[in-house]
Write a protein that binds this ligand. Sequence first.
Ligand code: ADP
Ligand code: GLC
Length: 491
Amino acid sequence: MSTQDKKLNILFVASEVVPFAKTGGLADVAGVLPKALSDLGHNVIVVMPRYYQIDPSSLEHVDGSLGVPMGVMGEFWAGVYKSKLPHSNTDIYFIDYEHYFGRKGLYEEDGRAYSDNDNRFIFFSKASLQLCKMLNFTPDVVHVNDWHTGAIPLLMRTRFKHDFANAVTVLTIHNLQHQGVFFKGGVDVLEIGWEHFNSHEFESDGALNLLKGAIAHAQAITTVSKRYAQEIQTPEFGFGLQEHIKAHSEKLFGILNGVDYEEWSPAIDTFIPQNFDIADMDGKLTCKRELQKHFGLEQRDDIPLLGFVGRFAEQKGIALLSGIIDGLLHQDLQIVMLGTGEKWAEEYFSEVASRHGDKFGLHVGYSNALAHQIEAGSDMFLMPSLFEPCGLNQIYSLRYGTLPIVRATGGLDDTIENFDNNNPNANGFKFYDASQDALYHTVMWAVGIYHNNQKSFKRIQENAMKMRFSWSDAAKAYEEVYYYAIEKFLH
Ligand code: ADP
Ligand code: GLC
């Protein structure tokens, strides 16, 4: 049997997984990709922390406990729970340890990151490896995601080498901005050996950098769009790691995220007031009216309604948007926003809402139902990100016929085809400069098409709604990367 035919044992390790805990797109990916890999015939198990927002009574308790060696801090004992990813036979395990995960947030509280995030996620990483022993699960591939699990590739060659001698690691970078940079003392908790604390492995400016170490030690690296795979090798998007990534670029691949169309399809969406699809768009108008009602906006069918859903973070271009929102709201259009994050933005947009109540709706907080309702009821979707590794909301928007207005970066550039009169495949509107001017003019241009060129608007909408970003295609691309990593490791 050639390597390529081998069905693999895959341990998929992530710090958040839908529907159990989510702060962003990583959770969407981790909740679906493992299922798509199982569908290809692989034996996949997923592991995440049991944050205390996850009710244990909904999970199965696994007998026994896991001893987790924490170097100079000694050995800690963790509990284990188990469940399935929804609508699947894929097992997910939860590492239970109150001292680290019995908190309100996943990574932070009241805008402040937990000061022991290094120990929390080193603990989680080691516990995930110990779990394999407990379950007698011998992985061929350990798939790790972002900095939280960045210690794993080298741990498998050092502290845990006896148990993982035949396994390869694949690292997916969902966001290079967050690297897991901590006081170097963490090396003694990691137990990887100080010889690995150098500028080619785990060290950045005298600090411990978990993502950097993972980039050095994983057999393969993926990131969530082809464009972002290029961008992170440049100073503009590399967050200081561009040279390090370039040095490992032969093992770097871009694989675009898919979408869970069971969850994000207007024809079957249970969160929206009326279902619709390309052949029958009446429901979209009902969704728009209900959305206007929800936010107390003037109820007019003919006014363009623009939606935004996302973290209020610099990455998402909220500073660009805040700079032009007053100007936009003086035009004949409406905007609704759902998000939470940086305090200044929450306050600023709240203040805008108090001034433009009939044209601007804001919900500060997290609401999955409202996210669906905004996707369904808006005419256009704003995503002016400064950088965007993949971005899921613009892809959801396409399916709902809500035309994305995006900055041409990362996955936004890879998924959105700009409207111009010569582009028969256009599915949205793009701008290039990260400037308020560019955003403003692109919004006004899109709004102009909405008002004055309904035929084109409709055509772009149809193109958008026909597109599919399938997880099964993405899973096949990951499978290729796994086989690549195995071949490379063996030879
Ligand atoms: P990122 O992971 O950078 O935040 P993505 O576009 O990949 O960006 O994914 C964001 C995900 O989080 C989407 O599923 C989006 O609907 C969801 N989301 C973000 N903010 C909110 C919110 N305030 N309420 C509900 N869902 C949200
Ligand atoms: C990150 C990125 C986002 C991507 C998501 C899932 O949070 O910011 O662009 O879609 O991960 O891969």
